[in-house]
Design a protein around this ligand. Structure first.
Ligand code: NAP
Length: 427
């Protein structure tokens, strides 16, 4: 029999408990022996819960799970940095395999966690930590090993994708949709991690570290959120044949790893442009396999619990059959992360200028002096003395575009630089 200790019985923990208790026979067939939940750590044993659960299973003492000699497999679903990280390490040191859905500890301490799992000859799995119900970590580690993956593009945050989708489809302002997302439970009361791109940065760091066999310092992953994306930009994107998405990108380049999260214009015809609402997707290109896209629910109780239970079944079967399936960090090397200033992108620039002769010449001179060449120019609403000028550049390094923007802001006839968004035209 495999005995499981759960750390946490919240949204995902309750989903995992339900799946395991309702599918016991099916799971036993897959694992080859009975799988039983032995103990569950919670914050408050007396909290009222929707689950009909035997109270004797609950404990407020972490040692009852992470140091319990009867338990072979610990499932961490507390979330956050600590005490979750501390409990995971203690469980591994006590020779228990661990399954977690915690992107923060995997992105931040993945190397230490893998090292401990290797040292104590146990397993660590974390499919639920990226893109909820979409199977992506195991496919990257196993199904796609024959192909050299050259780049990964992801829509990895459901909250921001929901906000951008609603802004575009219903012509509503950012703050209005964010309020609605919070009301519906799609966005947290403090949505900073989602909105700022940090949540997606954790997830792309995990995917990139697996596929590119690299240790990634999360602090060096550039992340820019969606709060500066306006309705005007979204409708101009539409007019120009694009949609706006918060993209997480990881690409192997000669100079190192190009890894970043930011809003981007992408062509309406690209498969990622069709990923709407709270859905997530991961789009990959491999030398042998070509293009692949995985699509599905990136969060939520049951999709995430489904990924966690899949890890539990696989790990429990490995324990039962004495299989060692250890993903070690031995092959992981620190790789240089390309400085965002050195990355080449196309840009969409929207500025407000005085509508008078010679202004366009001043603008193009500054751009030209900074090695920025233009692919297209759009001038709108010539009915007022101040008009918007919309420019799309050819590929140019970020440092050149940033210098141009500073100089444009100093021109008397440029009233404001309203927005600057990267355009991704090649995947
Ligand atoms: N929710 C999602 O859609 C989703 C999607 C993908 C990944 N994840 C990840 O899954 C993990 C769990 O998320 P969740 O949404 O299920 O969290 P949650 O609903 O907040 O549940 C957290 C659980 O942990 C317990 N807990 C919290 N602090 C504790 C402490 N110091 N000691 C002992 N127990 C403690 C809580 O106990 P009480 O019940 O007594 O309060 C609760 O049962 C996180 O890593 C999250 O990032 C979640």
């Amino acid at each position: 029999m495999i005995k499981i200790g759960l750390l946490g019985l919240g949204t995902v923990g309750s989903g995992v408990y339900k799946i395991i208790s309702e599918n016991n026979i099916k799971i036993e067939r897959k694992v080859g022996t009975e799988v039983k939940i032995e103990k569950i750590l919670v914050n408050d044993k007396n909290k009222k819960r929707e689950l009909n659960i035997n109270k004797n299973l609950l404990t407020e003492h972490p040692a009852d799970v992470v140091e319990n000699p009867d338990i072979n497999l610990v499932v961490e679903l507390i979330g956050g940095e600590n005490p979750a990280y501390k409990y995971v390490l203690t469980a591994l040191k006590n020779k228990k395999s661990v399954v977690t859905a915690n992107k923060l500890i995997i992105a931040k301490y993945g190397s230490e966690i893998l090292k401990a799992a290797h040292q104590y000859n146990v397993q660590i799995s974390f499919e639920g930590s990226v893109a909820g119900g979409i199977p992506i970590i195991r496919p990257l580690k196993e199904s796609l090993v024959a192909s050299e993956i050259e780049n990964i593009y992801g829509i990895l945050n459901g909250t921001t994708n929901y906000i951008l989708t609603k802004m575009a489809e219903e012509n509503r302002e950012y703050a209005d949709v964010l309020n609605e997302a919070q009301r519906l439970g799609y966005a947290e009361r403090n949505p900073h991690s989602d909105i700022s791109g940090l949540d997606a940065a954790y997830k792309i760091a995990i995917l990139a570290s697996i596929k590119f066999e690299t240790l990634i310092d999360i602090i060096s992953v550039y992340s820019e959120g969606i709060k500066n994306i306006s309705l005007t930009d979204i409708s101009l994107a539409d007019e120009l044949g694009y949609v706006v998405k918060l993209l997480a990108i990881a690409k192997k380049e000669e100079k190192g790893l190009d890894i970043r999260v930011h809003p981007a214009f992408i062509s309406k015809s690209h498969p990622l442009a069709l990923v709407n609402d709270v859905y997530n997707a991961v789009y990959l290109h491999g030398d042998i396999v070509g293009d692949i896209m995985s699509y599905g629910k990136g969060a939520g109780q049951m999709p995430t619990a489904s990924a966690v239970v899949a890890d539990i079944i696989q790990t429990a079967a490995d324990i039962n059959y004495n299989r060692s399936n250890i993903y070690s960090n031995e092959s992981l090397q620190k790789q240089k992360i390309v400085d965002i200033n050195e990355v080449n992108n196309l840009f969409y620039i929207r500025i407000l200028v005085n509508d008078k002769p010679g202004v366009m010449a001043q603008v193009t001179k500054i751009l030209g002096d900074n090695q920025v060449s233009l692919a297209s120019v759009l001038q709108k609403n010539r009915l007022t003395p101040i008009v918007p000028l919309v420019l799309i550049t050819h590929p140019v390094k970020e440092k050149h575009i940033n210098k141009s923007i500073i100089e444009l802001k100093n021109l008397d006839d440029v009233k404001s630089v309203e927005s600057l968004v990267r355009v991704i035209d090649k995947f």
